[in-house]
Design a protein around this ligand. Structure first.
Ligand code: HEM
Length: 215
């Protein structure tokens, strides 16, 4: 049987391009003066939402593989996770530069005094080591500890979700839906897995398989 060729065989560049679309649309809106009355708020919201969405997509890879057998999805998990971090960094930069004008004192006061900023800040701190150690070199160097370290994605996602829930003042529908999706994705991981599958997953983890391990 002929193997599929072109982008379909390796759609990584396509997925990479799709992950950049929200940023491209934001830049386009900026050039066309369509960022609304408060552009900083619009950018903060869009980048924060995409950070969260990509984090949830990253966490959905393992359940999708187990439920649907789409094992090839694993090839995209690292990219999705790094894009989540990329949007979270844009989100944080917007806050630091355009909201607080790099006033370190005011930023620190915000972190201490506003619980939703504390939660967002803590989430970002947890995401940093995940992004830094996402390279093949770090995966090799850390071995089994890499798998343990990358479990930080769970508390990070919970903190992001709490950050979103906390900052909402009245309508909890949107933040609630994201929190529910996260609860389902995390809850799924608590379900017992058939021993054979668990053994296979452990073997994959032990092999340290360059971002292909189960998370
Ligand atoms: C130091 C870290 C962070 C700071 C200072 C921060 C700050 C903010 C601010 C100022 C807002 C807007 C609040 C408002 O509308 O009143 C916001 C909203 C939001 N942030 Fe963060 N954030 C941080 C980390 C994160 C991270 C790591 C993520 C996701 C990966 C995230 C996701 C969100 C989401 C989803 C929203 C709501 C967007 C919306 O209202 O549509 N934040 N954040």
């Amino acid at each position: 049987m002929r193997r599929p060729s072109g982008w379909w065989r390796s759609p990584k560049p396509l997925v990479f391009g799709v992950c950049l679309v929200p940023l491209a649309l934001l830049v386009l809106d900026g050039f066309q003066g369509r960022l609304g009355a408060n552009p900083v708020e619009t950018i903060t919201h869009a980048t924060g939402l995409w950070g969260l969405r990509l984090l949830l997509l990253t966490l959905s890879i393992t359940p999708l593989r187990r439920l649907c057998g789409w094992n090839r999805l694993i090839a995209y998990r690292r990219m999705l996770g790094l894009f989540a971090f990329f949007y979270a960094s844009l989100h944080l930069s917007t806050y630091l530069v355009f909201d607080q004008f790099f006033d370190l004192r005011a930023i620190w006061d915000d972190v201490l005094e506003r619980p939703y900023i504390t939660l967002g800040f803590s989430a970002f701190v947890l995401l940093v080591p995940l992004a830094v150690t996402s390279t093949n070199g770090w995966i090799r160097r850390l071995g089994k500890r890499w798998v343990t370290l990358h479990k930080l994605i769970y508390p990070a996602a919970i903190l992001v979700s709490a950050h979103f829930l906390w900052l909402v003042k009245a309508d909890y529908r949107e933040s609630g839906i994201y929190a529910l999706i996260l609860a389902l994705l995390l809850g799924y991981r608590l379900l017992p897995v058939r021993t054979g599958k668990r053994r296979r997953s452990r073997t994959a983890q032990a092999n340290g398989a360059m971002g292909r391990v189960s998370r």
